[in-house]
Design a protein around this ligand. Structure first.
Ligand code: MRU
Length: 352
């Protein structure tokens, strides 16, 4: 039986509202919620109700369009001012995934030269829909590009959730896995649980089971042993931001990259062009630090004393020399070799 495509974020300009799958409740509860205001949306992003870099780009873009549709401003300067301050509120939700800023700026740029409020509203809706449609197309293209790195019979390790839930549809790392499965390759996946918020255990396994893809859940600390046993053929993960010298992704990614290199296992990152921040380098990126309570308790269960000091970075940086290739909608690139090509491709996209 073919499942309906999983679409975690939908924009309804006529209501107006943003509908999203509440990801903090999965896998036990599948609940679709609605954001009708910008503070509602910002709150959903902060608590990871909506999460994953490309999905954050969609939320940012749709959020700006939602702001444009609901603002009560009656002059164009007042309208632009209100939408601008809503965009700032969304920008402050999470600092690391660059797609969030890309989505927000794409819609803001589209409305800037409008002559009337009505024109600005209509442009905002079109631009937000473009962000979502582009992400759907892009993820399917990434999936196709990635087929060449997944041999038939591959045992694949992944970390966190870079699936449909983290995008508008299909996924990046899981997009490659889905495309390989769809192409008839006999693959199996080891999903790392991804402490502390368990995106791998809760979301990746849920998505793969839903699609009938062979998946085994492991804790993060089991990955090295599997690699040493020769049980992993390829590692593939997503990304929140790719700079000239490093890839930022969920905390734990670096550890898998180091282990993969030690065991000469190819380590791939799958991400759209919108995840590149090619003018920056590792030192320029802010890594989000989250609430210590997320480590002292896991889904309500105490895992450490209430007063123990905690360090809780949401992401880490993997230096590019540990990465075999970055699978994009335009092909597979390696850094630093292909940095100029990436810059040219992004410039070309800006002109469109
Ligand atoms: O904190 P999260 O759940 O938003 O982190 C998500 C990740 O790290 C993903 O791997 C990344 O955003 C890529 S999603 C296609």
């Amino acid at each position: 039986m073919t499942m309906e495509p999983l679409r975690p974020i939908l924009f309804h300009p006529h209501i107006p509202s943003i509908e999203y799958i509440e990801q903090t409740l999965l896998p036990d509860i599948y609940e679709v919620r609605t954001a009708r205001t910008i503070p509602d949306l910002a709150e959903a992003i902060k608590r990871l109700g909506i999460r994953g870099a490309p999905a954050l780009g969609c939320a940012g873009g749709c959020g700006v369009a939602l702001s444009a549709l609901i603002t009560k401003a009656d002059s164009l300067p007042e309208f632009l001012d209100q939408v601008g301050s809503d965009a700032d509120l969304l920008r402050k939700t999470r600092p690391t995934a660059v797609n969030l800023f890309y989505g927000i700026d794409h819609v803001l740029t589209a409305i800037m030269s409008s002559q009337t409020i009505e024109e600005a509203k209509s442009r905002a809706v079109d631009a937000a829909e473009e962000v979502i449609d582009a992400d759907r197309r892009t993820c399917h293209a990434i999936g196709k590009t990635g087929l060449e790195v997944i041999p038939d019979g591959a045992r694949i390790l992944t970390h966190c959730n870079a699936g449909a839930l983290a995008c508008a549809e299909w996924g990046t790392a899981l997009g490659v896995i889905r495309s390989a499965h769809e192409a008839g390759k006999n693959i199996s996946v080891y999903a790392c649980e991804t402490r502390p918020l368990l995106q791998g255990a809760r979301l990746t396994t849920w998505e793969l089971l839903r699609d009938g893809i062979d998946v085994t859940l492991i804790t993060d600390s089991m990955a090295a042993v599997l690699m040493r046993k020769g049980a992993i053929d390829v590692v593939i993960v997503g990304a929140d931001r790719i700079v000239s010298d490093a890839v930022f992704n969920k905390i734990g990614t670096y550890m898998h990259a180091v282990c993969a290199q030690t065991h000469t296992i190819p380590f791939y990152v799958a991400a759209p062009l919108s995840t590149f921040d090619e003018e920056s380098c590792e030192d320029m990126v802010i890594i989000e630090e989250r609430d210590p309570q997320e480590v002292r308790k896991v889904r309500g269960c105490v895992t450490g004393p209430d007063n123990v000091p905690v360090w809780n970075p949401a992401f880490d940086a993997t230096p590019v020399h540990l990465i075999s290739g970055i699978i994009t909608e335009y092909g597979i690139f390696t850094l630093p070799r292909d940095i100029e090509t990436i810059k040219q491709l992004k410039k070309g996209k800006d002109m469109q």
